[in-house]
Design a protein. Sequence first.
Length: 244
Amino acid sequence: MSRVAVVSGGSRGIGAATVLRLARDGWDVGFCYRSDEEAARLVEKAAGELGVRVLAIRADVGSAAETKAFVLRTEEELGPIGAAVSCAGITRDRPLALMGDADWHQVMETNLDGVFHLCRAAVFPMMKRRAGVIVTLSSVSGVYGNAAQVNYSASKAGIIGLTKALAKEVGRYGIRANAIAPGLIETDMTAALPEPVRARLLDAVALARFGTAEEVADLVAFLVSDQASYITGSVLEVHGGIAL
C-alpha cells in the first residue's frame, strides 16, 4: 500500500499530532487547514524534519471543491494516497432551545459534510488500486450524546454511521474504514473550558485526567498500519473510562 496519507484539520490538536505521528512512522503527509497558516507551517516544518515529504494546503473541508483539490494536489505532488484521516472539526455549543440556525449548519458543514467530502475524494482512487485505509474522528458525544451539544453530537453520530456504511461498501476492494471516538482530550477546545467545568468533567473520568492528542494519534497510526489489517467498520473509544 502507498505510504502517502491525507489528514484534514492538520494544523492543531489531534490533527497536528496525527500528522507528526504518521511522519514519524515514515508516511509522506498532505494535510489541510482552514485559517491558521502560522500553525500549519510549524507542523509542516516539524513533520518535514522527521525525514518525510509534507504538504500543507489551505482548504475548507466544508467545500467539496476545495477538498477535492486538496486530495488531488496531494496525489500529484506526493503520490497515490494510501490513507485518509479526517480530523477537522468545530463546536458551537448551546442548548437546543437557544441554538441558532448558523450554530447547527456550521457544525454540520465542517464536521459531517467535511468527512463526506474527504472520504468521497479519497475513496475512488483507493478503489481503483484496491487498497487503502480511512480513519474518521468521531467523539464520545456521538456515541452517548452530550447536553448543550445537540449539533456536535449529531454530526459525530453521523460520522459513525457514514464510516460503518462505507466499510461495508468498500471492503471488497481491500479498503478498511474505522472511526475513533475520543473523550476529553487536551486541545484548544478543552483548554478554553473554565476550571470549575474542567474539574466537574474530570469527576466522570475513571483515569482522572484528560487524554492527549498524541494518545489519539497513536491509535490512528495503529489503524492505518498492517497490524490492524482485519479491523474495519469499528468504533474505537479513547476516553479514559468516561463511559463507565
